[in-house]
Design a protein around this ligand. Structure first.
Ligand code: OSB
Ligand code: MG
Length: 369
């Protein structure tokens, strides 16, 4: 049995080494809410992976703080737990707010793994010892900047390149990339920038031999994606629209896409992520791990999740140095020249949070007992 004695919320500020731009906007400084949970001498960490504004989904650091402080933490503190997997069912009465839920649940996974002396990856049932990595490259001011970045990431060994697209930064840009890099593994992420009215435009993407196009249509849609998939040769990958194993089942049933991106925060934590993985694996739908510009803590959880056997495609989990001058974990996440990350085998997260650095970066803190 485990019982949490204390939970802390911390908000840190972390400037990105370079701006990151998607179809919904540009980020330069991250505001990240961390959860630190304590049980029986062990400390577990989780990260709220939402954006600063409600543009990817509706969560923000403020909504997550509210849901954690007023509901999730007070519900969790008085309870006794056999396993981290018991939290998700108890959180179910709260509709949505998956990123807030995930941060607390994942901290408890960290504690449970430590208490058993094994890695989170192993506790989850992960089998991959090394995970294949790709990069996500944002919209740039100039095409030349994008081509240069692609060149650099390929030289570092990354196995596939994902570029962010939006109307006005799509077909012409993909044409330039393909003429310079004819045979790389390439994909595009639209973050919901198109609608079914754009079908004939989106059909032009078929000429670029993309691995997939990610979330072309509305952030909460499945039906229109199914319609679009019938019109395209290119596989659709769903990101924003999938919040649970049930969503994945429905998406697969109506053929809304052929690939699913799993994000721990978006689906509500490790328990739900593993369920989404299992549904996809049973249906032979490949999955890969998405990213939300995480600090080392969220990044380490992503690595653990990516060790599950269905994560067959390169994910968006990449080296700390692509995002931060200095990360908040030790060692930082590094990528091999083959474009892989070795899954750590040490107990828990497998990386050590740098407490002094976290303290210096903290702008807000609240403790609960
Ligand atoms: O849609 O995958 C996305 C970043 C912020 C919000 C949404 C997305 C992304 C990324 C970056 O693509 C992935 C990463 O490198 O963390
Ligand atoms: Mg995406």
């Amino acid at each position: 049995m485990m019982k949490l004695e204390r939970v802390e919320l911390l908000e840190i500020r972390l400037p990105l080494v370079a701006f990151f731009e998607t179809s919904f906007g540009r980020t330069t400084n991250r505001r990240i809410v961390l959860v630190r949970a304590q049980s029986d001498g062990l400390t577990g960490w989780g990260e709220v992976t939402c954006g600063e504004q409600p543009f990817y989904n509706y969560e923000t650091p403020e909504t997550a703080w509210h849901i954690l402080r007023d509901f999730l933490i007070p519900w969790t503190l008085p309870q006794q737990w056999n396993a981290a997997s018991e939290l998700a069912p108890r959180f179910r009465p709260i509709r949505g707010h998956n990123m807030a839920k995930a941060a607390l649940e994942d901290a408890v996974w960290d504690i449970e793994a430590q208490s058993k002396g094994i890695s989170i990856a192993k506790l989850l049932g992960g089998t991959l010892r090394e995970i294949p990595c790709g990069v996500s490259i944002g919209i740039q001011d100039r095409v030349e900047d994008l081509l240069e970045k692609i060149e650099r990431e390929l030289a570092a060994g990354y196995q596939r390149i994902k570029v962010k697209i939006k109307p006005g930064w799509d077909v012409a840009i993909l044409k330039e990339i393909r003429s310079r890099f004819p045979s790389i593994k390439l994909m595009a992420d639209a973050n919901s920038a198109y609608s079914l009215a754009d079908v004939s435009h989106l059909r032009e993407f078929d000429q670029f031999d993309l691995m997939m196009i990610e979330q072309p249509l509305s952030w909460d849609d499945l039906i229109d994606h199914a319609e679009l998939q019938r019109e395209l040769k290119t596989s659709i990958c769903l990101d924003e629209s999938i919040h649970s194993a049930d969503d994945a089942r429905k998406a697969i049933e109506i053929r809304a896409g052929k690939i699913i991106n799993i994000k721990l925060g978006r689906v509500g934590g490790h328990t739900s992520a593993r369920e989404v993985h299992d549904v996809c694996r049973a249906a032979q739908v490949p999955v890969w791990c998405g990213g939300m510009l995480e600090s080392g803590i969220g990044r380490a959880h992503n690595i653990a999740m990516s060790s599950l056997p269905g994560f067959t495609l390169p994910g968006d989990v990449s080296a700390s140095r692509r995002y931060w001058k200095e990360d908040i974990i030790r060692p930082e996440v590094t990528v091999t020249p083959q474009g892989t990350i070795r899954v750590p085998e040490a107990p828990g997260l497998g990386y050590t949070p740098d407490l002094d650095r976290i303290e210096r970066l903290t702008v807000r803190k609240e403790s609960f007992t």
